[in-house]
Design a protein around this ligand. Structure first.
Ligand code: PSV
Ligand code: MN
Length: 399
């Protein structure tokens, strides 16, 4: 590889940060059952410790997304959670309010026909914004389970207006430097109609909520045929892309490992981001976050594998010769233009990544180094003993 290509890769990697999710380190499952791992995190401290490992070995994951009800104890000083994170070599990243799991949200949160429930949901989001301020987190990340399961169940336009109103009320409470991310999802858990079903709806709600609201694109939250990179390009051009949830999917929102199904799609998404930077002279302000929770793979290894894949695809996409691409596009040399993308995609960037890591005093192969460290075995032993002491029984069915 040419020296200039290696330098380019080193430069873009140095500014590429990826947040890991706290919910990716604890035992999870499907609605059919929960499968346990001896070394999975028991509490928030464990989650930060595991995320700290991912950061220590990759050098690019300094923040951890947290879920209010899962990571903060009732009445706990949020600053104590911030300190716990720092003790483990990370800091608190995006704040995810939870307005979907409590019984009162059976018929929705911001879209609930009962005004009192809508108010409860807004109050929770406002509390979450306050927690974000206390821990100096920049993002409040909103994902809604709202929708209906049957035609006729709800008035779609009423629900839209309730969403607009509640998002506006939430937005009003943001500090100057806080950003409200609005995520969309076409279906699940609602299977007839979801209140924020696609990027157009998320865009509109964000615009109406106020200037600090931006769209969060979760790669898994699209129908199979959808052109995700086009959505990314559109939102970039409108200054409305706030965040990207990294994962992959084969069917729907399966939380598969980034790039495990369609790595070229991830490359094309990153290509749009690098192209934006080339055209405008600066990289967009995007929160990159892994949103995967693995039931079968060892969780920390899965996270490192994901982060390394993201870096590789981001580096490959940086290599597209954009000056040449512009000129080929102008001449309508379609084959030549497409081949520029394919050449970059086919480039083996692993040595360039390894030399970047070496410069940063990181292991050249983070996954192998992590496995060799013995952390998984130590965590399994210590956490098994702690579970026993606390009387925690792992696994179980949902029957
Ligand atoms: C549920 O679909 C989900 O995976 C969303 O993508 C959220 O971002 C995440 O959970 C955390 O609430
Ligand atoms: Mn998501």
């Amino acid at each position: 590889m040419k020296r200039s290509a290696i330098t380019k890769i080193h430069n873009v990697l140095s500014d590429f940060r990826i947040e890991t999710p706290s919910w990716g380190f604890a035992d999870t499952g499907t609605r059919f059952g929960k499968f346990s791992q001896a070394g999975s995190a028991i509490d928030t401290g464990d989650k930060f410790a595991d995320a700290g490992q991912v950061n220590a070995f990759t050098g690019c994951c300094p923040t951890v997304a947290v879920h209010i009800l899962w990571d903060f104890q009732e009445g706990e000083d949020p600053k104590a959670v911030g300190r716990l994170a720092r003790k483990n070599g990370v800091s608190v990243g995006s704040i995810n309010p939870n307005i979907f799991q409590d019984q009162h949200y059976k018929y929705g949160s911001f879209g609930n026909p009962d005004a009192k429930v809508r108010q409860t949901a807004v109050d929770h989001v406002v509390d979450s914004i306050g927690i974000g301020k206390a821990v100096k987190s920049r993002y409040v990340s909103m994902w809604f389970a709202d929708g209906t399961n049957y035609p006729g169940q709800g008035n779609i336009r009423d629900r839209k207006r309730w969403f607009e109103e509640c998002l506006k009320l939430s937005h009003r409470k943001l500090a100057k430097d806080q950003i409200l991310l609005v995520e969309y999802k076409p279906f699940e858990p609602a299977f007839y109609q979801t209140d924020i079903a696609d990027w157009g709806m998320a865009y509109l709600y964000s615009k109406k909520a106020g200037p600090k609201a931006k769209v969060l694109v979760d790669i898994g939250h699209h129908y199979l045929a959808q052109n995700v990179e086009q959505i990314v390009a559109f939102l970039l051009d409108e200054g409305m892309l706030g965040g990207l949830h990294l994962n992959d999917r084969r069917y729907a929102d399966d939380d598969l490992t980034l790039g495990s199904i369609d790595p070229y799609q991830i490359f094309r998404i990153f290509h749009e981001i690098h192209t934006y930077a080339y055209d405008t002279g600066s990289y967009p302000d995007i929160a990159y976050m892994v949103d995967q929770s693995h039931n079968l793979k060892p969780k920390i290894e899965a996270m490192i594998q994901t982060v390394v894949t993201a870096q590789e695809l981001y580096a490959k996409a940086a290599l597209v010769d954009r000056r040449q691409l512009r000129s080929l596009q102008k001449k309508c040399d379609i084959v030549g233009a497409e081949n520029l993308l394919k050449d970059a995609y086919a480039t083996d960037v692993r040595d360039a990544l390894a030399s970047w890591r070496k410069k940063k005093k990181l292991a050249e192969d983070p996954l192998a180094a992590f496995k060799k460290s013995g952390y998984t075995e130590r965590a399994a032993e210590e956490r098994t003993a702690r579970r026993k002491k606390l009387g925690i029984v792992q696994g179980g069915s949902y029957a």
